[in-house]
Write a protein that binds this ligand. Structure first.
Ligand SMILES: Cc1cc2nc3c(=O)[nH]c(=O)nc-3n(C[C@H](O)[C@H](O)[C@H](O)COP(=O)(O)O)c2cc1C
Ligand code: SF4
Ligand code: SF4
Length: 292
């Protein structure tokens, strides 16, 4: 079966498929039905679905987009630009959670939206681990604290801090200042406080094969979709950067959640029902823009 066929009876020769295909698999045929290069389709088509999504006559049959895989957009559900702007300014990292589990159906919905994020060459590389087991969450917290304690110890070492000053003179002050931050986390741990996941009942880890180009970016774009969608569901979430860093330092975190050694954790999102609700948004730094 060829990858793509154009139904000659349906095609209105609008050439939209020629315009949108990033792989240039369709070629304009003057006033006639576009030509598509079947010989290169298998090698170059990235299955982005732009052709089937743009075709006004449903004339394109793509073997990766069969019945039920192309859905008309419900225009009445698309928010205005003002609404989107207000949403994006309002969403905050939530670190205060109710002692209430998040329903499995909601977590499934969140991941279902995350997967629609853009990905390099449409590879859709991101994989997900949902951690809800309290014992596993506690182990992840402990391993992350232990990573922070080691980093703090390292930065307190005179030889290490001198080396940082020589190798990274511009950033040395900032890097070394992290030891105070790490110390505060270690102190919190000793007091029994969870400043790693803030008692969130769910942690989603976004991981992928570490050899795939842009796997890190893809994972974090998916994570941001999830972050925004969580808010729309009345859930709160925040990015668990320390867990991600700790997982790069100590493979035990990956082992705990059965992530293979060929994969790397690129993002973590702690999720729960928020205890707090913000009624104002606050300013950010003005953007540093260069117009060229
Ligand atoms: C990290 C990254 C790099 C990308 N680089 C390119 C690029 O160089 N050229 C391009 O045409 N599209 C690029 N894209 C867009 C992807 O091809 C696109 O996201 C994917 O095909 C899915 O299509 P969609 O974004 O329209 O849903 C990139 C996307 C990501 C996330
Ligand atoms: S799926 Fe994307 S890359 Fe493949 S033919 Fe259609 S538009 Fe081109
Ligand atoms: S987009 Fe559809 S209708 Fe338009 S030229 Fe391509 S196949 Fe024909």
């Amino acid at each position: 079966m060829p990858r793509i066929t154009i139904n000659q009876d349906l095609c209105n020769k609008c050439n939209s498929c020629v315009e949108v295909c990033p792989a240039e698999i369709f070629a304009s045929n003057k006033e006639d039905i576009p030509i598509f290069m079947d010989s290169i389709a298998d090698e170059f088509c990235i299955s982005c679905g732009h052709c089937v999504a743009i075709c006004p006559k449903n004339a394109i049959n793509h073997k990766n987009f069969q019945e039920g895989q192309v859905t008309p957009i419900k225009k009445e559900l698309i928010p205005s630009s003002d609404q989107i702007k207000e949403i994006l300014r309002s969403i905050r990292s939530i670190r205060e959670f109710k002692d209430k589990p998040v329903e499995k159906e909601l977590i499934e919905k969140i991941i279902d939206v995350a997967r629609f994020a853009p990905s390099a060459t449409n590879f859709q590389t991101t994989e997900y681990v949902v951690v809800q087991n309290k014992e596993v969450l506690t182990k992840i917290i402990n391993l992350t604290y232990s990573y922070l304690a080691k980093m703090s110890k390292l930065l307190h070492n005179q030889i290490v801090s001198s080396l940082i000053r020589i190798v990274l003179p511009k950033n040395a002050k900032e890097i070394i200042s992290y030891r105070q931050k790490f110390d505060r986390y270690v102190k919190a741990y000793k007091l029994g406080k969870d400043k790693i996941l803030y008692n969130a009942p769910v942690l989603i880890l976004f991981h992928a094969d570490k050899k795939t180009p842009f796997a890190d970016v893809n994972a974090n774009l998916a994570l941001h979709n999830a972050y925004v969608y969580c808010w729309s569901l009345g859930l709160g979430s925040f990015y668990t950067g320390f867990v991600v860093q700790a997982s790069h330092y100590n493979t035990e975190i990956k082992r705990l959640v059965s992530i293979s050694t060929s994969n790397k954790i690129y993002g973590g999102l702690a999720i729960g029902y928020p205890k707090v609700k913000y009624n104002k948004w606050v300013e950010r730094k003005k953007p540093r823009i260069k117009w060229v």
